[in-house]
Write a protein that binds this ligand. Structure first.
Ligand code: FAD
Length: 340
């Protein structure tokens, strides 16, 4: 790799949707696997802390990054028919997620229409098993290819090996920082199994006067998301900052005596998932703002940067939210966003 291709002191402001103004000591982009292999073999890479960056929509930089940031620009989408109705669609990790959704819809392939408009790149989608409107990528995931940082070898991971959970995977746990995801393969189908039961999809379709099909569901999801979530281009944010917590049913029943409308989605015989946004709102923090760091006025699960907030200020605000929710409900919220 040409050493000139590694830039020094690159601002990351345009590379994270919070719009946090920090620098990376070293920064390199790659659009070919060969280039990535060369970067991995370079002394700059091997002697420094490393971070692989996609769209920067699930990350909070709390300080300058004293190491090398690799920005993934691998492109390409292809499909192979595997049965009468089913296709394996493989997308390079640097493809924008929503572009993959559009590709699927254009090719009459169902399965990811409910995941329309989730920001970020395909390569990060397995990291936290992205999900929305009743669908997670684990539902249509086949396999992925990733380069092992230590050896430069490319390994294929099955769904089982990815150990997907709610906003979780092997790559956020034991595999953290050890692999660079290069390509992800999904099974999509021309025999559509529509899922309109979640959220306000049905109401939105009725409002649109549109029949349920993959194209209209995608549009309905786009409409709902655009009306509910702040656009990072206008107001810095990383979507849901916290995971929805799982508590015991006994704990839930106790809280429900005081909070009659406390949401609950049973997970198993002992546990129930509740809504972090509800808890934050009940702590009186919806719309709370300290300098330029705030809890969004319409969606308490989203923390926002009103302009010049530092990553530290956003992080401190998230700690305050965790403290207040713990104090009021005895529930420990977990951050969903990757803190760097
Ligand atoms: C407005 C808004 C709405 C959102 N809504 C949702 C939602 O509905 N559901 C949902 O699940 N998420 C949602 N998110 C979060 C985010 O869009 C997803 O987590 C997305 O997958 C992040 O992709 P990214 O490319 O931006 O990842 P980045 O922020 O760049 O990276 C996230 C993590 O993945 C790692 N990573 C990135 N690429 C690779 C790679 N190729 N190999 C290995 N590691 C990698 C990074 O090091 C980092 O730890 C939302 C975010 C925003 C801003």
């Amino acid at each position: 790799m040409n050493v000139n291709a590694i830039i020094q002191n690159q601002s990351l402001k345009a590379y994270n949707t919070f719009g946090i103004d920090v620098n990376a000591r070293y920064f390199a982009e790659f659009n070919k696997i060969e280039t990535l292999s060369e970067v991995l073999a370079s002394a700059t890479f091997q002697q420094n802390k490393q971070l692989i960056l996609g769209g920067g929509s699930n990350i909070l930089f709390t300080k300058n990054f004293d190491g090398i940031v690799l920005h993934n620009l691998l492109k390409g989408i292809s499909k192979v028919q595997v049965s009468e109705h089913d296709y394996h669609v493989s997308a390079a990790a640097g493809e924008v997620w929503h572009d993959l959704v559009l590709y699927a819809i254009t090719n009459n392939l169902g399965g990811i229409e409910n995941l329309s408009l989730i920001p970020g790149y395909v390569g990060a989608s397995p990291m936290q098993n992205i999900g929305a409107y009743g669908v997670e990528i684990k539902d249509i995931f086949v396999s992925l290819k990733a380069m092992e940082v230590a050896t430069g070898l490319i390994k294929t991971f099955t769904k089982e090996e990815c150990a997907f959970g709610y906003r979780e995977s092997f790559f956020k746990r034991a595999g953290k920082g050890k692999y660079i995801i290069l390509e992800v393969t999904f099974q999509l189908s021309t025999k559509h199994q529509l899922n309109t039961s979640y959220g306000a999809i049905e109401q939105e379709l009725a409002k649109m006067n549109a029949e349920p099909n993959i194209k209209n569901i995608s549009q309905a999801v786009i409409n709902i998301r655009s009306s509910k979530l702040p656009n990072p281009k206008e107001l810095g944010n990383a979507g849901s900052f916290f995971k929805n917590p799982t508590i015991t049913i006994a704990h839930y029943e106790t809280l429900k005596k005081q909070y009659l409308d406390l949401p609950g989605y049973p997970i198993n015989a002992q546990n129930i998932k509740t809504a972090a946004g509800y808890l934050i709102e009940k702590c009186g923090l919806k719309g709370f703002r300290k300098e330029d760091a705030g809890v969004h006025q319409m969606q308490a699960l989203v923390l926002v940067n009103y302009g010049k907030a530092s990553g530290h200020q956003i992080f401190d605000l998230s700690s305050l939210v965790i403290e207040k929710v713990k104090e009021n409900f005895g529930i420990e919220l977990e951050r969903e966003v990757n803190i760097i």
